[in-house]
Structures are given as structure tokens and as C-alpha cells.
Write a protein that binds this ligand. Sequence first.
Ligand code: TXA
Ligand code: MG
Length: 325
Amino acid sequence: MTARTSDIDKAAGVLRGGGLVAFPTETVYGLGANAEDPAAVARIFQAKGRPPSHPLIVHIGGAGLLGDWVQEVPATARLLAQHFWPGPLTLVLRRSHRVPLEATGGLETVAVRVPEHPVALALLAAFGGGVTAPSANRFGSVSPTTADHVRAELGDAVDFVLDGGSCEVGVESTIVDVTGEIPSLLRPGGVTREDLEAVLGRPIALDAASPVRVPGQHPSHYAPRARVVLVEPEKVAAEAERAQDAGHTVGVFLPPALAGTPVKAHAVVALPASMAAYARGLYGFLRELDQQGCDLIVASLPAEEELGLAIANRLRRAAGPRPSA
Ligand code: TXA
Ligand code: MG
């Protein structure tokens, strides 16, 4: 889906005026501001309720512009950009002075990516600068994959919402730190580890630590309102029944291998067999079970290969301990 030219121009004008624009990317919707305007960047943190120490991704219109935003472009970064941009890959590099510290949470590094969505690229071209954008959701909750998700969650906190239909990839970009000798995978996402390794010609380790150590940050993230419980795939039906009998309003992510199995629960999402379709639908499924009033979601992890690695990462974080408020 493409946006009208008048909408793109209006959105670019809002960015120039220091406002916030929600826009589609191929991964999820972003909440964008002019990356070079510290006051506009500060509004993003306010709108999301996100701690200001949590760094943002700068979106640029083409790989050729990377040099403006970073001190140097190491050979590995160039190689990865050449293969995967535009696309769901974010590279962490040393920031140039063009990037204000407000956008990096005070870090000397900056995360940069060229999104693949035609509306995002049209916006970046019309605006002409870099757009710093986290996912357009409240901090810690499920990322939006449609314009309606954004409106429902952020409403008036956004000055303009560009509607580009639903996001094709459905999970966020893969983040690779290329500041050191050896690249490291900070967040699995739309570009698979296998694809990265094929291009790099070497294995790439998944950094067990969180990308950035934010003091007091809670492990729960990408979380719906309902609590998420992860069990072995073959135990999904039994666990759902147990919880439903115990008085919960249970939602179930039913693995494809169990398709057709009767499940005692309030709502059942029959998961697609294709990992691409699962990734595309993941956040929508979580939102749907919330909307149906579920207070508990029973799910299992897919095999942690290809896109399954990113899906499992999000499910683990969604199931992480919550603040005991
Ligand atoms: O697909 C995506 O990446 C989406 C779309 C909108 O582009 N954006 C997104 O942004 O997921 P956000 O803010 O929800 O996640 C950005 C991640 C955070 O986990 C942050 O810690 C990490 O990027 N990050 C940003 N700058 C970093 C840096 N300098 N070093 C390490 N990690 C960084
Ligand atoms: Mg996010």
C-alpha cells in the first residue's frame, strides 16, 4: 500500500516543524522525529513513556548517506549494508556529531537503518534528513503492525499517522554491532542469522546480554496485557485446560503440529506453519487475545532457527517477569 503524495508532504512538514510522525516500515510502525532536533527527539520518549537512556534507531534514505551519520564505515558494515539495505537490518556504528546524544541515550554509538517500505522511503526522501524512530507503541508493550494499532495505542501523542497498510515482516529489524573486530548480533529480527552468516562467511554470536544495559530496565518487553506462559509444544493444550479450570480467561497459541486438536480455552489462535507468516502475525495475535479479554496466554517456542529465532526472542521477552505494580 502506498500513501498519497500530499500525505507524504504533510508528514515531512510535521517532521520539519519538530513534530512526531508515525510511519510504516517493512518490520513494524515507527514513531519518527527529526533525528537532529533534540526537542523533537525528547517528545518521542515522552509519547512512549520510554526512559531517555534507551537509544533510538536513525532511519536514513539510502546506504550512500551512512557516512553522514557515523565516524567511519568499516568494511563489514559496508558489506552488510550492500546486501541487506534497504531492509530489516540495523547497524550499530560510532556516531558522528550530526547525531545528538539525545537520540543515542548518551552513547557514542548510533544504530542506523534503511527501511524497505515504499512509504518510509518516500517520507525520508521528502524530508531529506534522518528520522529517529522507535516502534510506535508505549514502552514495553507490543509493537504495532498496522496504523490502527498506532492510533489505538498512542492516539493524540502523535501529530500525524501515515497509513501504509500492514507490515510485511512483522518483527523488528535485526541489530548487529559492527563497532568491534567481530560483529555481534544484539537483537534477532527480520534478517536471519543464517543470512548474515552466509554474507559474512563466519558464524555470528547472539549477544546474550541485552543490547544496552539500561539501569532498572525490566526484562518484560513486547508484552501484551495478558500474562504469557511458555510450555513445551505438546503441553500447550493441557496447560490451557488447567489454567482455564483454575479460573483464568485463557488464550492459546496452537502450534501447527496440533492443528485441529480440541482445546479448552477462551480463545485459540491456530498458528501458521510458515515462520514468515507467524512473524507477520505475531504482534496482531497477541493484541487480538488481549482484545478478547484473555488474562493468560499459553504458547510454546518455535525452533530457534531462521525467523523462529526472532519469534522465540519476542515470546521470551513477552513472558518475562513484570513489574509488580
Ligand atoms: O524494525 C525496527 O528496528 C523498528 C522500526 C521502526 O525501524 N524500530 C525499533 O526501534 O524496533 P526500538 O526503539 O523499538 O528498538 C531499537 C533497539 C533498542 O533495543 C535499542 O536498545 C537498540 O535498538 N539500540 C539503539 N541504539 C543502539 C546502540 N547505539 N547500541 C546498541 N543498541 C542500540
Ligand atoms: Mg520497540
